[in-house]
Design a protein around this ligand. Structure first.
Ligand SMILES: Cc1cc2nc3c(=O)[nH]c(=O)nc-3n(C[C@H](O)[C@H](O)[C@H](O)COP(=O)(O)OP(=O)(O)OC[C@H]3O[C@@H](n4cnc5c(N)ncnc54)[C@H](O)[C@@H]3O)c2cc1C
Ligand code: FES
Length: 264
């Protein structure tokens, strides 16, 4: 019988230090992927955790990992040429075809930018042809900014607002204030027909979706992605279950009309 928990080793090709505690690991990988899906990443004898796929291309995928505990501490000791164990991909990911010919706003908070990085790449590069693609991205401070090169690239032809929570004590070219404070600056498009994607910490997602609704966005046009506690990732353990919904199987990407019923 096939062991669904079996993980396999994949070679780390390179590591980019985005911040002190957020590093992007590019891993050798071939196979179909959808932006917004996640892998169960592990080191034998240390632990296992779900990690979003932040980007992918032929032959490799990226995962942007924050050093917070047992497994991620151990991963930060690995180098290019070492192996990471993975099983997956899991989860539904973002359905990008719904954004064709639409105005799209992506709002991300902190590491919440990782699960939507590939989505922003596809929308800003024109691979998915939208009417307009705008991004509003919040970080705690300039030291927490992720994907600086990508942010510059996306801003060349698209409206990309990067904001930090409070006025930094070092030079800063971006905006200041929480993402919710900048939602009014997104007005001016046909809001009732604009699609919004919101990904970030639970509080950020809650207040951002409320601010969008207040600004006139329709609930059915808002998509969110949950980073809820997960263990098996395959619908067996019940860790991620809310009422009858298995977030690992039916999510982590949900339309707001469903997500609002799943909020704790
Ligand atoms: C769908 C999904 C996607 C995700 N994507 C990403 C991603 O792209 N990148 C990413 O970095 N993370 C991601 N996460 C989160 C990641 O899975 C967790 O951070 C994971 O727990 C890390 O494992 P760890 O063993 O390093 O940390 P753990 O040891 O499990 O620690 C996790 C947290 O618990 C705290 N903690 C640990 N031990 C204790 C203790 N004894 N007492 C109190 N607090 C404690 C730690 O400080 C830390 O905040 C995702 C989660 C989900 C569900
Ligand atoms: S994580 Fe085990 S059932 Fe979803």
């Amino acid at each position: 019988m096939k062991n669904e928990y079996l993980a396999f080793p994949f070679e780390i090709l390179s590591i980019v230090k985005e911040t002190e505690i957020d590093w992007t690991y590019t891993v050798k990988y071939d196979g179909p992927l959808v932006g917004g899906q996640f892998m169960q990443l592990s080191i034998p004898g240390v632990g296992e955790a779900p990690i979003s796929i932040s980007d992918f291309r032929d032959g490799s995928l990226d995962m942007t990992i924050r050093k917070v505990g047992r497994l991620t501490d151990a991963i930060f000791n690995l180098e290019a040429g070492d192996s990471l164990f993975m099983r997956g991909p899991y989860g539904n990911g973002f359905e990008l075809s719904k954004y064709v010919d639409k105005h799209v706003v992506i709002i991300a908070g902190g590491t919440g930018l990782a699960p939507v990085k590939n989505v922003i790449e596809k929308l800003t590069s024109g691979e998915i042809k939208t009417n307009s693609t705008r991004a509003l991205i919040g970080f705690k401070s300039p030291d927490d900014v992720l994907f600086e090169d990508a942010l510059k690239r996306w801003s060349q032809d698209h409206e990309v607002t990067v904001t930090v929570d409070k006025q930094p004590d070092k030079p800063w070219n971006g905006k200041v204030g929480l993402v919710t404070e900048h939602i009014p600056t997104l007005e001016g498009y046909d809001i009732e027909k604009t699609e919004a994607i919101v990904v970030g910490p639970p509080m950020m997602m809650k207040f951002t979706t409320l601010a969008l609704l207040k600004a006139g966005y329709l609930p059915q046009n808002i998509t969110v992605s949950f980073e809820r506690n997960m263990s098996c990732g395959i619908g067996k353990c019940g860790h991620c279950k809310i009422d009858e919904t298995y977030v690992c199987l039916e999510g982590p990407v949900f339309n707001y009309t469903t997500a609002v019923k799943l909020l704790d």
